[in-house]
Every structure is written in structure tokens, then in C-alpha cells.
Design a protein around this ligand. Structure first.
Ligand SMILES: Cc1cc2nc3c(=O)[nH]c(=O)nc-3n(C[C@H](O)[C@H](O)[C@H](O)COP(=O)(O)OP(=O)(O)OC[C@H]3O[C@@H](n4cnc5c(N)ncnc54)[C@H](O)[C@@H]3O)c2cc1C
Length: 314
């Protein structure tokens, strides 16, 4: 028999949910009691009651219909590179879209790429380099899924998702609605999809003609810049704070907080707007480090730092 669910019987408190687990497993791959550290790049978090991993649009629709019918809370995760799970975990369903990852090229018109919401941006970068589709190099090195990147309007080096996306297919309740880029409310690290229950299923990109060698050169350039300025290879959630004043990183640095450690969270000595997990950091450690930076920035520089990263919990 095909095994589609992983149920850890030894986990206390989950026995009563066996029926629910079975129902979810009939819809898509489901895991019970998993550590949420495995679903975010900063590697922090307690356990989720359930993590569901749909692999196609049909499974996503069935899952959402079921969860709404049963009034079960859920949270959608792409690559988890902008979120932090609470130490207490999540008592509902985490929907991880990593398996919804198909990427294809539209036959009509040059440079049109269609990617499902959970596809990793790296899959698009390699396709662009191979086919000579230019314009997406700015995002090289952002460890995001397509849906997460659109939701946050991810950007770097003067580029942003708003400049390369043309349309998106979004599950709003039971209906799939198509949004043109002008109707997505894309702004600095913001979209109309953020903090909603809507799910970005599919995104259409429009790129321009560019030589493969130029694309690869730009990708490498941007990647090198990241390696030089950011704590590459350390678990983090990217920039902790949004753009502010002369730069959140510069302000935190000016206050002498680079290298400061709270529990296992360290304000990176390389880039003060990156807070890294030294091993066993908790969301509490991270919250304390954030509070410290915010308090000092306000009291000493008069700047209100605003979190870019999102805490996820009950
Ligand atoms: C090393 C590092 C470097 C980074 N550099 C940059 C950078 O240069 N520029 C930048 O902008 N960001 C950067 N980030 C932050 C992060 O990569 C971006 O915010 C990215 O857009 C998040 O994508 P994700 O798939 O990981 O989303 P997640 O972190 O999984 O989710 C982010 C938000 O999007 C929602 N979401 C995710 N997928 C969907 C979907 N399909 N439908 C609806 N909602 C969805 C989630 O519910 C959540 O609210 C960096 C992060 C790291 C760790």
C-alpha cells in the first residue's frame, strides 16, 4: 500500500487527532508532530500538529476546502526564508508548498515563464541562463519560493518581483482568480496577498532577450556581493528589519551591537541586519535580540525599526 503520511505515535497529545491525520493523508502527503525547524531557513521553532505538502493545484484546492469546512487554522509556507516559527509550535496545519514546484516556458511569445507557487527561484535562474531570458539576475541568491517572493515583493540591487511578474493565479477561498501585476498592490516588501489566507498557485514571468553569458556573469556578480556582505551559510531569515533611515544594518552597527549574542542568536558581525542562529536558538532569543535593537535604535537614534521577518505561531 502506498504510504502517504508519517505519524509519530510516540508524540503525546496527538492520539486523538489520528482521524484528522488520516483525512489529511487522503488529500496529500501529511506529517504529524514534525519540528518546524525543518521548514524555515533560520532553523527555529517547535512542532506543528500537522504539516501538509500538496504536490499539485488539485491537492491544494481539496486541502483548503477541507480545512475551511472543518474550521481548522492553517498557515502557508514557501521556502520559509522570511519566517520564524514560535518555540511553542503551531496547533493547526502548516501548508508547505515546496512540492508544488513545476516550472515551464510558454510557447507563445519570447521570455514567458510559468512557475508554480512553491518552485524555488533557483530553478528559474538556471532556466533563464540556459534560454537567454534576462531581467531576473537581481534575485540570484534570494532563497525564496515563487509564491513567497511575490507575496513579499522580494527585491535586491534595484530589482524587484514587481518588475518581472506579469500575472498570478491565486486561490481565494474556493475560486482561482487571475491578477495582473498592477492589481497585486506590490510595494516595498509588501503585496495584497500578505497576511491573507489566499494562496499564490502559479505565477507568469516576462523576461527580455539577453545572452546566456551576460546573465551568468550578472548572477555571479550579485552572488559574490552577497557572499562578501552577508553571513552566507549561517542559518538566518535574511534582513530582520525593513529599510530605515541610513539603513537598519548601519544603525544597529553604529550602536555597537554587531556580534552581540542573546542565547544562541547572534547579531551578525558581518551584517548587523542579519541575526543568525548559532545552533540552538529559540524564537524567544530572537524576540529579545529584536527588542534590544529596536529599543536602542529608538532611544539613541530616534529611529523606529520595523520587522521584515514574520513570526508564525498560534
Ligand atoms: C540569506 C537570505 C537572503 C535574503 N535576501 C533577500 C533579498 O535580497 N531580498 C529580499 O527581498 N528578501 C531576502 N530574503 C528574505 C526572503 O528570502 C524573502 O522575503 C522571500 O521572498 C521569502 O520567500 P519564501 O518562499 O521563503 O517565503 P516564506 O518565508 O515561506 O513566507 C513569507 C510570507 O509569504 C507567504 N507565502 C509564501 N508562499 C506563499 C504562497 N504561495 N501564497 C501565499 N502566501 C505565501 C507566507 O505565508 C509568509 O507570509 C533573504 C533571506 C535569506 C535567508
Amino acid at each position: 500500500m502506498k504510504k502517504i503520511g508519517v505519524y509519530n505515535k510516540s508524540l503525546n497529545g496527538l492520539r486523538g487527532d489520528k482521524k484528522l491525520f488520516k483525512a489529511l493523508s487522503r488529500i496529500c502527503l501529511c506529517r504529524a508532530g514534525e519540528s518546524l525547524k525543518n521548514y524555515c531557513t533560520i532553523k527555529i521553532g517547535g512542532r506543528a500538529k500537522f504539516v501538509c505538502l500538496p504536490k499539485n493545484v488539485k491537492q491544494v484546492r481539496r486541502l483548503i476546502a477541507f480545512l475551511n469546512l472543518k474550521k481548522i487554522k492553517y498557515y502557508v509556507v514557501g521556502n520559509g526564508s522570511n519566517i520564524v516559527f514560535n518555540d511553542d509550535g503551531f496547533s493547526g496545519v502548516i501548508i508547505c508548498l515546496k512540492k508544488l514546484n513545476k516550472v515551464s516556458v510558454r510557447k507563445k511569445g519570447f521570455g514567458k515563464v510559468i512557475a508554480l507557487g512553491g518552485a524555488n527561484l533557483f530553478a528559474i535562474h538556471s532556466l533563464c541562463a540556459r534560454l537567454g531570458f534576462g531581467g531576473f539576475e537581481f534575485a540570484y541568491g534570494i532563497p525564496a519560493s515563487v509564491g513567497g517572493a511575490l507575496c513579499m515583493n522580494a527585491g535586491a540591487f534595484g530589482g524587484e518581483m514587481a518588475k518581472v511578474v506579469s500575472r498570478a493565479w491565486v486561490l481565494c477561498g474556493k475560486k482561482i482568480r487571475v491578477f495582473n501585476v498592477s492589481k497585486m498592490g506590490l510595494d516595498y516588501r509588501h503585496s495584497n496577498f500578505l497576511n491573507k489566507k489566499d494562496i499564490i498557485l502559479k505565477v507568469e514571468f516576462k523576461f527580455f532577450k539577453q545572452s546566456s553569458s551576460k546573465i551568468k556573469q550578472l548572477q555571479q556578480e550579485y552572488f559574490n556581493k552577497r557572499i562578501l556582505s552577508q553571513p552566507h551559510g549561517m542559518p538566518s531569515a535574511g534582513s530582520v528589519f525593513k529599510r530605515a533611515g541610513e539603513g537598519a544594518g548601519k544603525i544597529i552597527d553604529k550602536m555597537g551591537l554587531k556580534g552581540v549574542t542573546i542565547g544562541d542568536i547572534q547579531i551578525s558581525p558581518k551584517h548587523a541586519n542579519f541575526f543568525v542562529n548559532l545552533g540552538n536558538a529559540t524564537s524567544k532569543d530572537l524576540s529579545l535580540a529584536i527588542s534590544l535593537a529596536k529599543k536602542q535604535a529608538y532611544e539613541r537614534e530616534g529611529v523606529c525599526l520595523q520587522e521584515e521577518i514574520i513570526f508564525v505561531g498560534d
